[in-house]
Design a protein. Structure first.
Length: 69
């Protein structure tokens, strides 16, 4: 799992997120548009490359690794 600080560093970057199996997806590639400071941690807002008109959100505790592209 990545840290909350690492999640905050992703703002504005093109990233590949590796997700926990329970999330239903293995990985997501897209641009991290920003984050939300939720009561239970940081939530990433991502514009996915495979669905550019859609915004998806991922809680940082569901991200096992984040890679800058």
């Amino acid at each position: 799992m990545i840290t909350a600080d690492r999640a905050r560093e992703l703002d504005g970057k093109r990233v590949r997120l590796e997700l926990i199996p329970a999330s239903g997806e293995r990985e997501v590639i897209g641009t991290c548009l920003g984050h939300v400071e939720a009561a239970d941690g940081v939530v990433l807002i991502v514009r996915r490359e495979d669905q550019p008109a859609r915004r998806s959100s991922y809680h940082y505790q569901h991200v096992t690794a984040a890679h800058d592209l």
